[in-house]
Design a protein around this ligand. Structure first.
Ligand code: AMP
Length: 332
């Protein structure tokens, strides 16, 4: 039997290059080798209180972009988290054995508290529990994610194992982060600091749907410095990030050329950024065309979502039935 894979993307709208190279690219490759479930994490996005219109629009956008990237709804199961109520039920059960202290220690929770001290809601605290439910509901063993999700995966294993111990059953298998690359991927942003992300501020992320003009503008504004002051010197973070992005979207020859120029202190950041922008435009071009095509086909999207929800619920309801039995919710 094929191993089961689960992974999701937040429904805060539009996929960026980080999502693609960190996660979605693996989804495309995995779908023919594994039993794959890919979902849009629309319940998770409620932590930031979107308006109904924004929520709906963003969910549609992510679904369209998943399909544009090459996820085949006939091969993989692609669905909305909110269409599978069994996930919310498992989340409730797992919450009973998830402890405040360990949830407060999660790095992403601490980051979010720092960013939004006025909206520290219980959904935010229990975000990793919902993520564990997403994975465990299909008894998945492999989760294609970027490096930022490593800690959440560890928590999913903890909650699954705790459930197993409590009910004295080897019920949930342990899920592990998966990538075809050497290590988990972290795509940097254009702001000279951390990762590319939706919540890292305007201009940090390049979206698959960005027009060539927008990409050129964003890359030209990326943070650089006054240039190297000694041959072969170590690159400061902002510059290293741009080289990392070039490694992802450009050819090895292009990267070698600019590496050599940097090491010889002959690099012109204007040329370097121009090349980076053009290569980003080239790698994202096929997605842009498909995104526009699929977005206008509402009938198709409706069918995909309905079919995906059916398949996901088939697997999820089997798990919930067994979980209820284990817990002691049994018929008289
Ligand atoms: P999110 O956009 O936070 O819902 O992330 C969805 C998926 O994309 C997760 O698997 C993340 O690990 C991955 N991801 C998001 N940002 C990056 C990034 N900058 N580099 C690599 N992977 C990322």
């Amino acid at each position: 039997m094929k191993e089961t894979v689960v992974s999701g993307i937040r429904s805060t709208g539009k996929l960026h290059i980080g999502n693609y190279y960190g996660a979605v690219k693996s989804f495309i490759q995995m779908q023919h080798e594994y039993n794959c479930y890919f979902f849009i994490a629309d319940l998770h996005s409620l932590t930031t209180h979107p308006t109904p219109a924004d929520l709906h629009g963003n969910i549609k956008q992510v679904l369209v972009e998943y399909l544009a990237c090459g996820i085949d709804p006939e091969v993989s199961t692609i669905y909305l988290q909110s269409d599978v109520p069994e996930i919310a039920e498992l989340y409730l059960y797992l919450n009973m054995n998830a402890y405040k202290g360990e949830l407060e220690r999660s790095t992403s929770f601490k980051d979010k508290v720092r960013a939004n001290p006025d909206n520290v809601n219980a959904g935010l605290l229990t975000y990793p529990v919902l993520m564990a439910a997403d994975i465990l509901i299909h008894k998945a063993t492999k989760v294609p994610v970027g490096k930022d999700q490593e800690q959440h995966l560890e928590m999913a294993r903890t909650f699954g194992n705790r459930f197993n111990r409590l009910y004295n059953q080897e019920y949930f298998p342990e899920p592990y982060a998966f990538t075809y690359a050497k290590g988990l991927v972290k795509v940097p942003g254009l702001d000279g600091k951390g990762k590319m992300g939706k919540s890292e501020g305007e201009g940090n992320a390049v979206y698959l749907s960005d027009t060539p003009e927008v990409i050129r503008k964003k890359v030209s504004k990326a943070v650089t410095d006054g240039g190297p002051t000694a041959p072969n010197q170590e690159k400061p973070e902002a510059i290293q990030n741009l080289f990392e992005l070039m490694r992802i979207v450009s050819s090895a020859d292009t990267l070698d050329h600019f590496e050599a120029q940097y090491n010889a202190m002959a690099i012109r950041y204007g040329d370097f950024k121009k090349q980076l922008a053009e290569d980003m435009i080239l790698t994202t071009a096929p997605f842009r065309e498909r995104i526009n095509e699929i977005a206008s086909d509402t009938d198709y999207l409706r069918k995909v979502a309905r079919y995906g929800a059916e398949k996901a619920r088939e697997s999820a309801s089997k798990t919930i039935k067994e979980v209820r039995e284990l817990i002691g919710f049994r018929s008289f």
